[in-house]
Design a protein around this ligand. Structure first.
Ligand code: IVH
Length: 677
């Protein structure tokens, strides 16, 4: 036998590594090694145990992890998407949230009742009851498609299997947050980084008997689809389901006005450490379900709710180094490399310094002792600098004027405010290799091409190996070379091939979002896609002769302003952008923007607005048309069916153009009649 001590040391080293990687694995999809390497690590440990049985007395691999979480659950499409919440951090954000609601609903002085709840820091799931019987239990997944984790959810005995009440809807979908209590987590703290990861890991076990070993709990906080709808308020809904046996949070309250929101936020924050479950803020919801419906959603989150986060956890550390990072839009962000410190249970070794102005304002220097804070998933930031602890010889930090690629950076002027931007930028686009790499990471990300298996780490690796240098390379990958790389096996390669093939079919709006034009987010990409209709029209922007004319037409598009137009122009002024975009187009099958005409009073109709209305905002009018199967266009053309003219300051030019093209004009009073019909 080898030296017993050496065997033991090797075993403990590998066991520690397994524990560490379990944490990464369970930390919501942030594994640092491939599945293959993970399996090997576990296999090695097991082999050591079999060969040297005395090791089992020290600790067993089985004690470290029950079973590896799986991604092999059946995928099921959600009945209605499981969205995220917008975040608010202070009273200004709350006032903004209120303002947007009032503007959208075109309200003036009416009071809006909010329902406020603690925001549970767990894992979301949805429970579907058909005629009172629990039929499906799904994880959130990507928000549109979840995984069937019903058997695992059934291990939570407090989730009702069957419900009965007088007006029970045929279909009742309950949204809830699954969590592990703090005391229960304490017993498992060697296996997981925090209670949330423990709950996530437990729910992802293939074998529900593994899940049942962990005493998960839940709070029901909302609903998905309910047919027929029998509730009119969030408060009423929660009260009713609580009577039916669902666990709901007892700290929820009806609230009105900003002062009371502040008071509630403070009250719950004060209770935070004494609660048996982790919370990371409060959630404010418009209580009236009809108003919720009217407000609807943006791409990712409802307009009728926001998460008001608690202030961030803080820690003291020291700046060891200041480096710069280059983002996909060329923004140069200074980052402090700090002595590793634990903030809210997570080891932090980087903190963002935002930009040059921020460094100047706070006079942040190398070697400084600083207080940092970390709020939720946001990158840790510097709060204060302790100048008393500063070395007398320390010098002001001189912000580099050059990008990592060597090119000079610039500060742009805001077209409207005429002020200089705080952010320095490298303007070389794809010609800067640092920007190019970040653009690739954006292209493969969830909201863009959504290529599973091509995460940020893999892009870094493939970039270094010259496998991917620009987007079209993704579709010409040399899998022979990948086969020989560590951590890549038959299964992972096949999965990657499948994911890439699937991503070739992309909708025009996603494509426009993916190519990463600055200021063109998901919403703007949709507006542009509806304007261009097809990729052939969109690529006409590459031609300097046609571009000018097209950009002039964009001026009339609702939602697209001067900033966006100038950004599109800049994007297509760059030759590399044009070449790279065109090469990418050749590899893809880009679907024309199709208006998904639903059934409704505007089915198959294209409308346009001019002027403001007395009772509803332009945004709500647009949302109503879309909900009722119609489409709102931004420019007058023969395609238009109606021009709806609001009483407040309509544009005469648009009315004249509509008349010329024989487009039917609807005046505000008739519009109101249609809405009420
Ligand atoms: S309401 C967007 N209420 O937070 C859909 N969510 O960041 C409305 N969460 O996915 C969500 N406690 O998993 C709502 N009281 C609460 C919540 C809550 C925790 C989670 C939920 C959601 C996530 C959004």
């Amino acid at each position: 036998m080898k030296d017993k001590h050496k065997v033991e040391q090797e075993f403990l080293k590998q066991l520690e590594s397994l524990k560490k990687h379990n944490k990464f694995y369970f930390s919501e999809d942030s594994p640092k090694i491939s599945d293959h390497e993970y399996d090997n690590l576990k296999k090695n440990l097991k082999e050591l145990e079999t060969k040297y049985p005395f090791l089992k007395k020290i600790n067993s691999v089985e004690n470290i992890v029950g079973a590896k979480p799986t991604n092999k659950f059946e995928k099921i499409k959600h009945l209605t998407p499981m969205l995220s919440l917008s975040n608010s951090f202070d009273i200004n954000d709350i006032n903004d949230f209120h303002k947007k609601i009032y503007n959208f609903l075109s309200l003036k002085n009416q009071k809006i009742e909010l329902f406020c709840e603690p925001k549970i820091d767990g894992i979301s799931a949805t429970l579907i009851y058909e005629k009172g019987i629990l039929k499906k239990g799904l994880s959130r997944g990507d928000g549109h498609t979840g995984e069937n984790i019903l058997e695992n959810l059934k291990t939570i005995s407090s989730i009702p299997r069957r419900i009965e009440f007088k007006n029970l809807p045929d279909l009742l979908e309950i949204r809830c947050e699954i969590y592990l209590g703090k005391k229960d987590f304490y017993k498992l703290k060697d296996k997981f980084a925090n209670p949330r990861n423990a709950a996530g890991g437990s729910l992802r076990q293939k074998n529900s008997s593994e899940t049942s070993k962990i005493p998960l709990k839940y709070f029901a906080y909302g609903f998905g689809m309910i047919k027929p709808m029998v509730f009119s308020r969030q408060s009423e809904f929660l009260k009713k389901i609580n009577e039916l046996g669902f666990s709901t949070n007892p700290l929820s309250e009806k609230i009105e006005g900003a002062d009371n929101i502040q008071r509630y936020h403070k009250k719950i924050d004060n209770l935070r450490s004494s609660l048996e479950y982790d919370i990371d803020g409060i959630v404010l919801k418009v209580n009236d379900i009809n108003l919720q419906k009217r407000l609807g959603n943006t791409s990712n989150s409802p307009r009728w709710a926001t998460a008001y986060k608690f202030s961030a956890e803080k820690a003291i550390t020291r700046i060891e180094k200041i480096v710069i990072q280059v983002g996909r839009t060329g923004a140069i962000t200074p980052v402090a490399k700090v002595e590793p410190v634990t903030v809210g249970g997570v080891v932090v070794s980087n903190a963002t310094l935002h930009n040059e102005d921020e460094i100047l304002r706070k006079d942040i220097r190398l070697g400084d002792t600083i207080q940092i804070q970390r709020a939720g998933d946001v990158i840790p930031q510097v709060v204060t600098v302790d100048t008393d602890k500063r070395d007398k010889k320390s010098k002001k930090f001189i912000f580099p004027k050059k990008c990592l690629c060597g090119a000079l950076t610039i500060k742009e002027k805001n077209k409207t405010t005429k002020k200089e931007d705080a952010v320095r930028r490298c303007t070389r686009g794809y010609d800067c290799k640092y920007i190019a790499k970040e653009k690739l990471k954006h292209i493969v990300s969830k909201d863009a091409f959504n290529i599973d298996g091509l995460g940020k780490k893999v892009i870094d690796q493939f970039w270094e190996l010259n496998l991917i240098k620009e987007p079209s390379d993704i579709f010409k990958l040399d899998f022979k070379k990948i086969e020989n790389l560590d951590g890549w096996g038959e299964v992972s390669i096949n999965n990657l091939k499948k994911a890439i093939t699937k991503s070739r079919n992309i909708n025009l709006d996603k494509f426009i979002f993916s190519i990463g034009i600055r200021h063109i987010g998901q919403e703007n990409a949709k507006i542009l896609a509806s304007f261009f209709g097809s990729i052939n029209e969109f690529v006409k922007l590459s031609n300097s002769k046609t571009r000018k004319r097209i950009l002039n037409n964009l001026v009339d598009l609702d939602g697209i302003g001067e900033t966006q137009i100038s950004s599109i122009n800049n994007f297509f002024l760059n030759k590399s952008n044009i070449k790279i975009t065109n090469d990418l187009v050749q590899s893809l099958d880009i679907k024309n923007f199709s208006v998904n005409f639903k059934n409704g009073k505007f089915s198959n109709k294209r409308l346009m607005f001019t002027g403001g209305f007395q009772n509803i905002s332009r945004s709500e009018a647009k949302a109503i048309v879309e909900k009722n199967g119609g489409k709102v266009l931004g420019t007058i053309s023969k395609k238009l069916d109606f021009l709806v003219v609001g009483d407040s300051k309509p544009t005469k030019k648009k009315i004249d153009q509509a008349k010329e093209l024989n487009i039917k004009i609807i005046l505000e009073k008739d519009w109101n009649k249609i809405l009420n019909s």
